[in-house]
Design a protein around this ligand. Sequence first.
Ligand code: NHW
Length: 453
Amino acid sequence: KPGDDDLADKKHPFWDTQPVPSLGEELVVVPPDEQGPIDPPDIDAVKKEPYTLPPSFTWANVDLDDEVQAQELYSLLHENYVEDGDQMFRFDYSVPFLRWALQPPGFRREWHVGVRVAQTGKLVAFISCTPAELTCHGKRVQPGMPPSRAVTSEENKSGTPTDKPDAAPDSSAGSSSVVASDGVEGEVAPSKAAKDSIVEVNFLCVHKKLRSKRLAPVLIKEITRRVNMREIFQAAYTAGIVLPKPIARCRYWHRSLNPKKLIEVGFSRLAPRMTITRTLKLYALPDTPATRGLRPLRESDCADCCAKLNTFLQRYLLTPQFSLEEFKHWMLPQPNVVYSYVVEDVETKEITDMLSFYALPSSILGNEKHSTLHAAYCYYYFNLKTPLSKLMTDALILAKRADFDVFNALDILDNSTILKDLKFGIGDGHLQYYLYNWRCTAVQPQEVGLVLL
Ligand code: NHW
């Protein structure tokens, strides 16, 4: 997601009306008792009818189980989603990736919000969200909720139930919400399971031909309304641009795996006084991982690994917590989507470490030789025994072996301790983290434990 600080000094006619801290607001130290919702939850104030779109457009939920609709969303994003500042690359999320990203436990089809041209049916805009559990400065981001339902190592050891109740039964079927002819749910029963969550918002996209017409604020208000209808009043999201107001400002770092191709497509440049031969040597990696006992994550590892990951993530000030069902969804390997490995101690059989990365290619715009940049992105890990530099080197080797051209990581988690040693170079953009309707002290990148796709 490209960096762009230009908006920082501008007025924000839309965002200035929303429950977010303003850009001028000081978030260096927000006292604990002032951390929490900006607007109190008020279900009665939630508008019951969808927001009005400009004439000739209609709301239409996108059903990713439907091949045609999944392909339509893919095409909208393939042609119109995030580009880098120089317009050389554009994210190219695959259909299986979109299904993975948008259909976790508890997902709702009404939160896959599309806008179509009424006459032609063409999909021209989209926004989505999925439920998640988030902790910020040790506090659940969702007021008045019982303590975490997520499983931790301590709970796991003491044998307490390790999973939250099933997600709302109607979550994947979409059948219990009354869907009107314009594709918007009518009457909505509050869902108990969903109330435990906040939402993570992603894939906001408006067709290039419809930009700067204030459609984005309508999409954001409509998804907010649909989430509020489920009695959820907080959200998390990231963006390359500066909006009111980031809770964290992070940077992407890039580790070349296929330096020749990266140079050919203009992703990187030959460093001064470097030849291509020396560059290839600099970034060369062994063929096989070095850590004994490293193997793909299996279903039978999940209860243990979920608990260990949740406990590990509690070191960070902004962090998700996963139920077992969510962990399985997000971590179990899927080719070309998500890759997860564990280290099993060869003597004790105990799992001591986990690493994962996800596959997010970018289209290469206007290059005759190459059309796709295969990028792996560092995802969640825990390391209870293996040093992080060794674990991450294995991640690089595995990504290289799976034919990725570059391995990307943010300076979140403990990543900044190893990035330079592992020959990552800093990218030119920032990635801002935001919370909607939640005021709290801003955090440093190394205090962020949340990865959004
Ligand atoms: S960030 C990726 C966003 N998508 C892209 O960059 C794709 C390419 N760009 C586009 O499609 C990951 C358009 O440029 C978009 C804006 C649609 C971005 N977040 O319609 P107008 C996410 O998906 C504000 C939030 O004329 P446009 C996270 C902008 O500041 N706001 O612009 C999404 C201005 O408001 P202001 C953004 O260029 C999180 C207004 O939109 C934004 O035609 C969403 C202008 O609208 C962005 N990335 O369309 C928030 N980009 O006040 C979720 C621009 O400054 C909030 N804007 O005048 C929580 C909701 C749920 C709450 C639940 C309780």
